[in-house]
Write a protein that binds this ligand. Sequence first.
Ligand SMILES: Nc1ncnc2c1ncn2[C@@H]1O[C@H](COP(=O)(O)OP(=O)(O)OP(=O)(O)O)[C@@H](O)[C@H]1O
Ligand SMILES: [Mg+2]
Length: 891
Amino acid sequence: MSRWSFVGRTDELDRLLSAVTGTEGRGLFFSGSAGIGKSRLLREGVAALPRDRYAVWWIAASATTAALPFGGLVQVLPAEQPQGLSPAGILRWAVDVLQQQAAGRRIVLAIDDAHLLDPPSAALVHLVARADNATVIGTLRDGEQLPLPIRALWTDDLVDHVELNPLAPAETTRLLSEILDGPVDATSADRLGRLSAGNPLLLRELVFAADRGELTRTYGIWKWTGRLELAPNLTDLIDTRIGQLTPGVRAVVELVAFGEPLGLHLLNQAVDPADVELAEERGLIVVVRDDRRANVRLAHPLYGEVMRRRCPVSRTRRLQARLAELLEQVGKRRRDDLLRVAVWRLDSGTAQDPALLLDAAGQAFARYDVPLATRLARAALDAGGGFDAAELLATILMFADRPDEAIEVLDAVSADIRGDRRLSRWLTVRGMVSYWGLSRESTVEEIAARRSTLADSADQARVLAFEGIMRLHRLDTGIALRLGQTVLDRPAASVAARELARSTIAYLQAAQGQLHRSATAINQVQAEAGRWRADMPYLQLALELARGTRLALAGDLAGIDAIVADEFADLAGAGDFRLGTGYLAILQAYAARLRGQSDAALRTSLEACAVLATSRVYAGLAQAERAQAAALRGDGAQAAEAMAEADRTHAPGMAVLYPWLEQARGAVLAAGGDVPGAVKHLTGLADRLRADGFAGHEVHVLHDLVRLDRATAPIGPICSDGSRRTVAQRLAELSERVDGDLPPLLARHARAAAGDSADELLAVADGFEALDLAVYAAEAAAAALDRLRRRRSPAAAAARERLAALLGRCDLIRTPALQAGAPALTEREWQVARLAADGVTSRAIAERLYLSARTVENHLQRIYSKLGVAGRAELRAALRAIPGHEGGESE
Ligand SMILES: Nc1ncnc2c1ncn2[C@@H]1O[C@H](COP(=O)(O)OP(=O)(O)OP(=O)(O)O)[C@@H](O)[C@H]1O
Ligand SMILES: [Mg+2]
């Protein structure tokens, strides 16, 4: 097994190193549970010590060495010990040996698992720790007996003693990527991190125990879909922790394993309270008190895995049925009690009540727990739940990316469609599955035709609302708007139908640049969530799409951060509600991209592609965002590849997303070096957006043309005076129609570029920076610098500093706007320039590069003139202002 790199623990490592290298010379011991990473930390610390100043001995105590006197120090002391010395004499001899070998360097004893030291070794360690020129560091495992001389190390104040904590979630995620040698999707990392409770050894075992099919890689991102399989190692590890249990304590742990979190009150009714106390004392369970109840959980999530795995099927079922009974007896009090009872009934094979199952399935779906909702709805249908169960199951299957099964389920109950209510529900669910799940665009006409047979206004409104949002997606925007309005005008419409219609309208308003009105509508949909969630949980997607589009078009990156951090994102991630997770990841990538965080943008967009790979709804959009991220990094090949994927996966029924895809295509062309092609494409796109009335998108596309230095290019139709508007003029015009702070800034950027005003460009850069739009800010500053340099203006130096600072905030970014003015240095010139910027003299540069001093001088002169700087003093900033280079380092 290859050893992966060390992750995190920077504070602990610093602390360990300063324990050795600090002036006080006090040592340090880490305590912690098995596998938490003590040995590894110690080894990393020791490896970092310079051997010319420290004589380091590594001592690994073990059960074998513990049985022999000085067994722990076999690696340290000479094999031959002098005969006839008293025990104290041997100790003194051993210290002398160490002093001799150290030859004046500071002695460092690093003792792994010091609790396993044999008594004489422990005594020697204590003695060494007392010496002035020695430091002792080491590890101890929690809960073990300690040799007295070791414990005396801190009671005598010779060393510090600290607890090594579990890895933080972000560190677990990084460790996972190390173990798997590639990034891991956020949900899997979260699940595995939680199961391992930040313990690296458990994490490793969990990953190695996973079956091949359970760990899959899509677009480079690992995903863990597995039920957990416990490797023998892991089970042993946990067995030693759980130990032998009396039947009473076992009953407690088992009930908690199947029922956690379990009310203490409930548990005490089922078992002997004395056994509950015993289990708590032994550290097997913990009692967590929140405001009103005391809940019991297992002390480690993996205990539950082992207990559940070990429990025979018949016993498991008995326990689950018992739990269901208990909860039914005390009465279901909390909202999720019903769900828990249903799951226990289902798992124990005692679920006979379709109404209970259906209710529970609805609850699970309302929390976006797709797998659980699927199971419960399927069980409800099997238990005789009929039409309602079929409707719910089909809806959930659609969001589990299983549209074919969904259609089957629906068609099987088509004979049960009695009455308009059922017909309207059946039509809408079937329409949704067929339109989005199977990409059948004719669905719209089909449901429109049957809609008119419905007599009841509320039933009609529901179908109208669905037809409206489908029409929106396939770009029948005029009809979509009218249908949405019709629904809002019908007092009989249900809350869900009304809010779905409002989401449709909010989306259109955003695309049209009416961002304020769109925000008002979105807030209204959100405010009604409590009234539509149970009926139509997936309305959240329509809401997120409208909201996300609005925020993206407004350039409101903080707003995007907020929804990405919102509860829905967590629920969707945990419940495998992929369309939700995937869409939010796209938004997150977008925000990272505009901030110039190109690493995060690429990684997150890849994650989105991976999550969305099984459905066609947002797959094209995710690929387009990936293409943008790659283009931002100047990676034309990956950008083109992602764009091709976007075209392959984009569903025609998602036509409304074309502005994003086509905007990406422009960026891809430019990144591939075809700037004229990109300009032509974006010009055509701007015309199309204008014709479609999508002013909210149009301003961004026009701004892309400004970024490609086309502020003065003609655009749009020929006006009555026979001339055409320029990009800058059209932007100025739109900035008065499109809401928000951004359009005036985009227009100002265009005006400054058209007027060649460096001062204005710098002011625009400030404006972009204030909105956190770092890429645009850097591009505006680069354009200013380019103009100043060409005029040989003394203000260039300040502009260069400004650009360098902006680029310093970004990861690698390489856009045409940044490249355009950037001076092109040859490889040789780069080498010379970097060294000179680092303060290496010309003579030393000449020696290092095997050149004559004169040649170096010639190079430098050429470099200065290319960069437009007066001399060495400005060189560093000038190099840093060149995008895509670590300008300051001479490696
Ligand atoms: N910060 C880390 N980065 C990378 N790998 C780690 C890290 N911490 C621990 N590991 C790996 O996790 C595994 C367990 O760590 P380690 O052996 O250090 O645990 P331990 O606390 O010493 O356990 P024990 O009490 O059993 O001795 C090892 O394979 C180790 O390399
Ligand atoms: Mg260890």
